[in-house]
Design a protein around this ligand. Structure first.
Ligand code: NAP
Ligand code: G4F
Length: 353
């Protein structure tokens, strides 16, 4: 390892944000280390284009097996990587799934953050290195509080996921105050991209649009169409994570576009991109409703604009178009496979996401 390069450790590197952040940090000249979970199928699709064999002298991305439920491995990874910056993005991040798996979600999202902070604290203790940590907090923590939500808005979480994120948020605040550690909470509102997991509503919709256009699918089953979200572009949001760790002091920042749209409006835009009418294809499946919903998220990111110089580059209409175009291309490739006799699985509805 070259001593001159800044070294970052990312948990959740195989997720949407992990992939964008890795690209961003590699472009800035960082040596990037990611923690990945052992899986029976490969789970590195989003970062495969960045990976080189570690024997290759030009390799700058290194992967380590680990899990936020395993404190021992977190300590070993800290000692092996000796990072300057830690980005804690790992999570069971699906709100509805958290109602099905509340204990597991709490273990990974809440206690997992505590385990990581303990590993960072101990590593700082032995090394004296002033490691900076980013905690992936969420606008879900605001729950029922009316928009616009800012750093001053109280939390009212509405799901096991959100409650666990609130716990993680306060672990981060407490470790910052108790031990003087540089830990920053990024309270990020929904951010999307063509790399978004296919059971989150935006991607579920744009995947369906592409497949409906190509004749691979006819129906799209959704839950609550009346929820409003502040949807931004993930590529813009990872820059904010990095900016937070370059600030002179640790703090908490809301990151959002300041504009919200309903799921219904998202349908209008996405189906409209290809001249389709969603009303002919969308059906409501009550199993996709949540036991308690978050009705309206719209963030006020003026503190991040002022203190970090962060701003939105990709607006809602461009984001939706980017995702539809990507998923149309994907559907065309699926169709070509199907036309040549291959079976194409329409995943996404397997477990009612
Ligand atoms: P994502 O695509 O669902 O990725 C989650 C990552 O966490 C994946 O790499 C996943 O690994 C990993 N992970 C899951 N369980 C883990 C465990 N037990 N130990 C270690 N890693 C584990 O999520 P994302 O959209 O990139 O979001 C990144 C972070 O920001 C998450 O903490 C999320 O809760 C938070 N957040 C997201 C948004 C948003 O709108 N995207 C907004 C606010 C906050 P596998 O690939 O192996 O599953
Ligand atoms: O896309 P969603 O699943 O995202 P949600 O619940 O807002 O959570 C995402 O953003 C959070 C930040 O605010 C992150 F912390 C979290 O990790 C995740 O990335 O659902 C958005 C809205 C909800 O109101 C949901 O009820 O869409 C509604 N919806 C309607 N039908 C649906 C569906 N959501 C999903 N996933 N699937 C549906 O069929």
């Amino acid at each position: 390892m070259k001593a001159t390069k800044k070294r970052a450790l990312i948990t959740g590197i195989t997720g949407q944000d992990g992939a964008f952040l890795s690209e961003f940090l590699l472009a800035k000249g960082y040596e990037v280390h990611g923690m990945i979970r052992r899986s029976s199928t490969f789970n590195t699709d989003r970062i495969d284009h960045l990976y080189r064999d570690p024997h290759d002298p030009s390799a700058q991305l290194f992967l380590h097996y680990g899990d936020l439920v395993d404190g021992g491995c977190l300590r070993r990874i800290m000692e092996r990587v000796q990072p300057d910056e830690v980005y804690n993005l790992g999570a069971q991040s699906h709100v509805r799934v958290s109602f099905e798996q509340p204990e597991y979600t709490a273990d990974v999202v809440g206690t997992g953050t505590l385990r990581l902070l303990e590993a960072v604290r101990d590593y700082i203790g032995v090394s004296g290195k002033p490691v900076r940590t980013y905690q992936a907090s969420s606008s879900e923590m605001f729950g029922t509080m009316p928009p616009p939500q800012s750093e001053r808005t109280p939390f009212y979480p509405r799901s096991p996921y959100a409650v666990s994120k609130v716990a993680a948020y306060y672990y981060a605040v407490n470790y910052r105050e108790a031990y003087g550690m540089f830990i920053t909470n990024g309270i990020l509102f929904n951010h999307e991209s063509p790399r978004r997991g296919e059971t989150f509503v935006t991607r579920k919709i744009t995947r369906a649009v592409g497949r409906i256009h190509c004749g691979l699918q006819d129906k799209l089953y959704l839950g609550n169409l009346d929820a409003y979200r502040d949807w931004g572009f993930a590529g813009d949001f990872v820059e904010a994570m990095w900016l937070m760790l370059q600030a002179p002091e640790p703090d908490d920042f809301v990151i959002a576009t300041g504009e919200s749209h309903s799921v219904r409006e998202m349908l209008d835009h996405a189906f409209g991109c290809l001249g389709l009418d969603w009303r002919a294809h969308v059906e409501i499946d009550p199993r996709l409703f949540r036991p308690s919903e978050v009705d309206h998220l719209r963030g006020d990111a003026s503190k991040a604009a002022k203190k970090l110089g962060w701003k939105v580059n990709v607006g809602f209409a461009d984001l939706v178009r980017m995702m539809v175009e990507h998923d149309l291309d994907l559907a065309r490739r699926e169709k070509s496979l199907r036309d040549n006799g291959f079976k194409v699985a329409l995943r996404g509805n397997h477990a009612q996401g």
